[in-house]
Design a protein around this ligand. Structure first.
Ligand code: 5GP
Length: 121
């Protein structure tokens, strides 16, 4: 499968669609999910064109990998849910069909601000 240049997160990255931005640096962009499933529901995406975590694991540079994982912590801290400043959260990424991925640009969901609940329904 090729990367779809017109997926919704590609458009957000290009500034063609607005988002409620939380954080941005050279490697990641983070913004609030449009349909929050918990009190806090943030998304964090790499700036590189990666379809999902498998694509990222195979093709991203070490710098991009560090950037994404550091970014998750930075965003969680900003939202007050990281373990340094808060009560924790769930980081989750859906991968392809069986994973239930809807938007084909790698993204981690960060859920928090309350008990997140059952792991899988
Ligand atoms: P997935 O099912 O691919 O893991 O998650 C996609 C997420 O993107 C969903 O939680 C959905 O609510 C969110 N989403 C879809 N379109 C938009 C949008 O235009 N803006 C924002 N901020 N979130 C979106």
């Amino acid at each position: 499968m090729n990367y779809d240049e017109n997926n919704i997160f590609a458009k957000i990255l290009k500034g063609e669609i607005p988002c409620k931005k939380i954080y941005e640096d050279d490697f990641v962009l983070s913004f609030h999910d449009i349909y929050p499933a918990k009190k806090i529901h943030a998304l964090i995406i790499p700036k590189g064109k990666y379809i999902d975590l498998d694509d990222f694991s195979i093709n991203a540079s070490s710098e991009e990998m560090v950037g994404l994982f550091k970014g998750i912590n930075i965003v969680a801290k900003k939202l007050g849910i990281s373990t340094e400043v808060g009560r924790g959260y769930r980081a989750l990424t859906n991968i392809s069909n069986d994973g239930g991925q809807e938007v084909p640009h790698l993204h981690f969901h960060l859920f928090g601000g309350e008990k997140v609940g059952k792991m899988v329904e």
